[in-house]
Design a protein around this ligand. Structure first.
Ligand SMILES: [Zn+2]
Length: 278
């Protein structure tokens, strides 16, 4: 951790100069909570690509694979706790310096840490949505149904999976039972935006309005490789609002940045949790 006094920190100065921050967070914010970041320092995929929306909707085998992996990964993901970066950003909101916090993460950890003005750009993994009747339900309830229908997989749930997207290659998904909506029999989907699916228009509009009200943008733990996040940096830059970013490795917006901090999020934001921070 840095021992520099707060005044000596460029990021501290940036935050002190701006009173209405538009904060955008990404996977790097949650890695210290044990949730893996799927991109490396160059913004490339580290592992297999996530499930694509058309495949999820159109192909039963893809849904079986998705929910089988999700069944095994949920216990760990569902128990993740906020880290110092989430707490630092919640503190920033309590100090009245945050216009809004837009997150690309689907883990709900900003809210767990106490942030309230949050836009979950890509949805929340702790909710399930029926694509037939739009009914939303708890992911925990889905977990109970998945385990009831697939008792053999419950044994895998009991061992510690390697990560949230458990490595289950080589297993036979053919017999996996995927629950349907109890009301209408419709297709159940985690309430998150999949790759190949667009972010709901009203969510984007709300975030863009917040960019207009803000006087600066703060990017925390995102390479902005996905356009759904990058567009806010474009909008801020176009409006002449300075952008600071904390990220390990390059970001797609590097050319637009007023300040770049190449550090892990928790270390870079630790000064906000000091008693002296105002
Ligand atoms: Zn339904």
């Amino acid at each position: 951790m840095s021992t520099h006094p707060r005044r000596a920190q460029p990021l501290g100065e940036f935050i002190a100069r701006h009173s209405r921050l538009f904060v955008l967070t990404g996977a790097g914010c949650s890695t210290d909570s044990g949730i893996p970041d799927y991109r490396d320092e160059n913004g490339d995929w580290k592992r297999t690509r996530p499930v694509l929306f058309p495949a999820f909707v159109g192909d039963l085998h893809t849904r079986r694979r998705y929910w089988a992996r999700s069944l095994v990964g949920w216990r760990r993901f569902g128990h993740a706790r906020p880290n110092g970066a989430h707490r630092a950003l919640a503190r920033l909101e309590q100090q009245g310096r945050t216009e809004v916090l837009v997150t690309q993460n689907v883990d709900g950890l900003h809210q767990s840490a106490g942030s309230t003005a949050v836009i979950d750009l890509h949805g929340r993994l702790d909710q399930v949505r029926c694509m037939g009747c739009e009914r939303r339900s708890d992911r925990e309830q889905m977990q109970r149904r998945l385990l009831e229908l697939n008792p053999a997989w419950a044994r895998l749930d009991a061992c510690d999976a390697p990560d949230g997207d458990a490595d289950l290659e080589g297993l036979d998904f053919a017999g996996f039972e995927v629950p349907a909506c109890e009301d209408c029999g419709g297709l159940l989907k985690p309430d998150v935006v999949f790759f190949g699916e667009s972010v709901p228009r009203e969510r984007v509009a709300a975030a863009l309005q917040a960019v207009e009200r803000a006087d600066a943008m703060l990017v925390i733990g995102s390479s902005l490789m996905v356009y759904s996040g990058y567009r806010f940096a474009q909008a801020a830059s176009k409006a002449g609002k300075p952008i600071a970013a904390v990220n390990l490795g390059r970001t797609r917006a590097d050319a637009l940045l007023a300040l770049k901090v190449n550090q892990p999020c928790v270390a870079a934001l630790a000064f906000l949790l000091d008693g002296a921070a105002s």
